[in-house]
Design a protein. Structure first.
Length: 401
């Protein structure tokens, strides 16, 4: 059994963390969950190291209280517009010809695929092997033990600005903990809410957070494309505050309690009490007006998501459909809006289920996906050296056997 893991997602409005192990009936269970509000990020970028470190520490301390012991290391999500993913091919000749492929051969061919020339201000932080090729045979999942003369691999390689990775790591190490691994946020969100069948057939996940919306496309069992757009729930709150002339707190309350992303589904007779700036008493306002403001921003987001999927070349070829998740995906009618903008695609909203103890927790898809990635995905390709730098570890999306 693999050791328990602690996953952490630092978002624009809160830090979410959970602990999980391979116990329970399904071989995976969440043993503790905690979160903490905070404002250390803006549009997906860490802009206040002290605040980010504070909210991470606050969430982890709450988790430690439930666990009954301290947390020494975490797996943390990396998201935002500076993150880039690309597929690159690696090749290795097997000498002598016809011998069996070893674990070391696999590591070497993956390292060859990671030989990308990046700008000096960027570095890789994750590599996910997609598929192997043994001589003329393609779509090989596990080549170790097969006879070959030539081994190739297509690897999805993720990079980000070095300063962002360093500051993210520093936000954890300031509290005396260490980063065990960094995981692409949109990849984790997909693992958190998509089924194995969805990932194999082809599906897209749209994780609508506070500061950004992260998109990942999965084809034939692996991630093939990722993107991030600078639109999220925070902009909806800002729009409501400006247009309805309310405080940010009042706008956030209106968004959570009364907002819908499909204004046509709201009756014109419905009203909502709004406390505007300069007033001491709330006054009634048409709820549809509020929902039209929300819909306008969410429509912009849906169009941007469609553009990203079109750019990937996979629009209309996703049998698993498009799955909306994240805290801001709770807006009523949002699936209808996306169905209008992205026709001929099955759209549904899915929030992560943390098991019988915690149930569905909106906004926890990334943390859940990180834990599943660490515990359930095949680690055959990971180095056995415990002291090896975490940036050099590789893991496929295949389930452990």
């Amino acid at each position: 059994m693999s050791k328990p893991v602690v996953a952490l997602d630092l978002g624009g409005t809160r830090a979410v963390c959970l602990a999980a192990d391979m116990g329970g009936k399904e071989g995976f269970q969440v043993t503790a969950y905690a979160d903490s509000p905070g404002k250390g990020f803006r549009r997906g970028v860490l802009n206040d190291l002290e605040e980010a470190s504070r909210m991470a520490d606050a969430a982890l301390r709450r988790l430690e209280t439930d666990l009954g012991h301290s947390v020494e290391s975490v797996l943390i999500a990396v998201s935002g517009g500076t993150v880039e993913g690309v597929t690159n091919r690696g090749m290795k000749m097997i000498v002598p010809k016809g011998r069996t492929v070893t674990h070391q051969d696999v590591l070497e061919v993956i390292n060859h695929s990671r030989s990308l020339v990046l700008p000096p201000d960027r570095e890789q932080f994750q590599a996910v092997p997609r598929t192997f090729r043994v001589d003329t045979q393609s779509d090989i999942e596990r080549p170790v033990g097969m006879t070959a003369s030539r081994l190739e691999v297509d690897t999805f390689i993720v990079s980000a600005q070095t300063s962002i990775l360093q500051n993210l790591e520093r936000s954890i190490t300031r509290s005396g903990r260490r980063v065990e691994q960094m995981v692409l946020g949109s990849l984790a969100a997909g693992i958190g809410v998509l089924s194995d069948e969805d990932i194999q057939l082809g599906a897209a996940v749209v994780d609508i957070g506070g500061g950004t919306t992260d998109i990942a496309i999965f084809i034939e069992g692996s991630v093939v494309q990722t993107a991030s757009v600078p639109v999220g729930g925070d902009l909806v709150t800002s729009d409501l505050s400006k247009l309805l002339k309310t405080s940010p707190d009042e706008a956030e309350r209106l968004k959570i309690q009364h907002a819908q992303a499909w204004a046509a589904g709201v009756e014109e007779t419905e009203t909502v009490d709004v406390l505007q700036l300069g007033h001491t008493i709330a006054r009634p306002m048409q709820r549809r007006v509020l929902c039209e403001i929300v819909e306008a921003r969410m429509r912009e987001l849906a169009v941007m998501a469609r553009q990203q999927i079109e750019r990937s070349g996979w629009l209309g070829m996703l049998p698993g459909g498009l799955v909306l998740t994240g805290g801001s995906a709770q807006a009523g009618g949002i699936h209808r809006l996306f169905e209008e903008i992205i026709p001929n695609t099955r759209v549904r909203v899915a929030q992560p289920n943390l098991g019988p103890t915690f149930g569905e927790v909106p906004g926890a898809a990334v943390a859940l996906g990180i834990a599943r990635y660490a515990l359930q995905c095949d680690e055959e390709l990971a180095t056995a050296e415990e002291s090896h730098p975490w940036r050099d570890r590789v893991r496929t999306l295949l389930r452990r056997r």
